[in-house]
Design a binder for this molecule. Structure first.
Ligand SMILES: [Zn+2]
Length: 465
């Protein structure tokens, strides 16, 4: 049965298909899959490293839960395939709930969160309310809470380099939470401050997210969102002019421009490659009411991304620039998985899971020569893409031909049109020093302490310590 299904793969390359077939035969000879593999205890024990990491690379797939990872794996690799993110040695489940505004100090739980409180949780070690960026809860959305220092700022203040990369506007919630504090995620540029009046620089505040990211002197900022940086600051010049003139940033706006930056010797780098969000890898295939979009032969098509760099290219350049003897902290977000899931766009979401995985491959390449690097791959919250039986109903469905040569159907059913976040745990996977701390069930606020670096523990029997 298993051999049959593997033998009729149509879309994998002949070489890969042959190799899979050989391993299938070998596995069949042992009587079962899985049961024939060796015990992994010794191999895993060898990878437990209690040292503090010199570098941390945190990769985020926004809205990238097990459902969309599985759908992307089926589509790109086949049901028995694996992404790089499936091969990391230490894996846990992470809770993502947030809080609701209220009189405090015990704020009600929000079981479904947005990217602002979730990214704030690993950035600061504190829970907060929906829409809030690295700032604590309060009585109302427009009432500021307490500002919390972020783990990126901690790394910066200890003399290490820092980077912030995303395929969304760089002022969107996840990259914002890495290095800004504001009561509402909508306050992305100085012209967007209606809900954050006290935060305006004219009122003595820290300013919009766009301004704070450059004021916090992140060495490498790469993503979308040029429109926010073209807005005028309260003092007059645009945020971009302010970044270049007052903070010495070098601005680039294309993949070629980014290629031209060879080191941080000439100052920090601000790369903004689109007015808004960057373009997802694949053109959209939007799910529709039954019988649904796509079909048993439908495949996704590559979108034209013009002069925008890929997430992998941005990650590679960021690592090249940040690499130094003392170490660095880099956050990288594949943001459009979430945004395309909101749009019930299965191709857009799948393609940007692959973007995340390609960025991880770049990080793993670096780690091969720099084993004192901790790499963590996770998500901020779950989403509503579900893999369903072919032909089953759902508010909106779509069907694609996978790498197995079989049809896979997905459904989006949390809203009449589009789809929303959900409240499940998400995967957190890691490799490198102190990576074992992600194992089991952890909360996003626990991840903060791992990114910061724990006091090393002692290993018994054969470990390094
Ligand atoms: Zn979302």
């Amino acid at each position: 049965m298993k051999l049959q299904s593997r033998a009729r793969r149509t879309l994998v390359s002949a070489g890969v298909a042959a190799a899979v077939l050989v391993s299938a035969v070998a596995a069949a000879a042992t009587g079962s899959f899985g049961g024939g593999t060796p015990d992994r205890s010794a191999g895993l024990a060898k990878q437990i490293d209690p040292d503090k990491p010199r570098n941390v690379i945190l990769l985020i797939g926004d809205g990238t839960d097990e459902s969309i990872i599985t759908a992307a794996r089926n589509y790109e690799k086949g049901a028995d395939g694996a992404f790089a993110l499936d091969r990391l040695p230490f894996v846990g489940d992470m809770t993502t709930h947030g809080l609701k505004v209220g009189p405090g100090p015990d704020y009600p739980i929000a079981y479904v969160s947005d990217s602002a409180p979730t990214a704030s949780a690993w950035s600061t070690g504190h829970k907060t309310v929906d829409g809030r960026v690295s700032q604590g809860p309060s009585t109302a959305d427009t009432v500021p809470g307490q500002d919390f220092r972020t783990v990126l700022m901690d790394w910066r203040d200890s003399g290490r380099r820092t980077g912030n990369v995303s395929t969304s506007e760089i002022t969107d919630a996840t990259p914002a939470a890495a290095a800004s504090n504001v009561n509402a995620r909508a306050c992305q540029g100085p012209a967007d401050m209606a809900n954050c009046v006290a935060a305006r620089k004219a009122n003595g505040g820290k300013g919009s997210i766009a301004e704070q990211l450059v004021d916090n002197e992140i060495d490498v900022i790469l993503g979308g969102g040029l429109n926010r940086y073209n807005q005028a600051t309260d003092a007059g010049p645009s945020v971009l002019d302010y970044a270049e003139d007052a903070k010495d940033y070098r601005f680039v706006s294309s993949a070629a421009g980014l290629d031209g930056i060879g080191s941080l010797g000439g100052g920090p780098v601000l790369g903004l490659f689109a007015p808004g969000n960057l373009t997802p890898r694949y053109s959209p295939l939007i799910a529709t009411p039954p019988p649904g979009a796509g079909g048993p032969t439908a495949r996704c098509s590559l979108a034209n991304r013009g002069t925008q760099p890929s997430l992998a290219a941005m990650t590679e350049k960021a690592i090249d620039l940040l690499d130094n003897r003392r170490g660095f902290f880099l956050q990288v977000e594949s943001a459009m998985v979430d945004k395309q899931e909101h749009a019930a766009d299965i191709c857009g979401a799948i393609g940007d899971v692959s973007e995340l995985d390609d960025a991880l491959e770049v990080a793993l390449d670096y780690r091969r020569h720099n084993p004192d690097t901790l790499i963590v791959v996770t998500s901020d919250h779950a989403h509503s893409t579900q893999i369903v039986p072919n032909g089953s109903s759902g508010r909106q469905t779509a069907t694609l031909l996978t790498a197995d040569g079989d049809p896979m159907s997905v459904a989006y059913s949390t809203q009449a049109v589009g789809s929303s976040h959900t409240g499940s745990t998400v995967r957190v996977a890691a490799v490198g020093p102190q990576a074992a701390n992600v194992t089991g069930l952890i909360d996003q606020t626990d991840l903060y302490w791992t990114l910061k670096g724990h006091k090393p523990s002692k290993l018994h029997g054969g470990g390094k310590h």
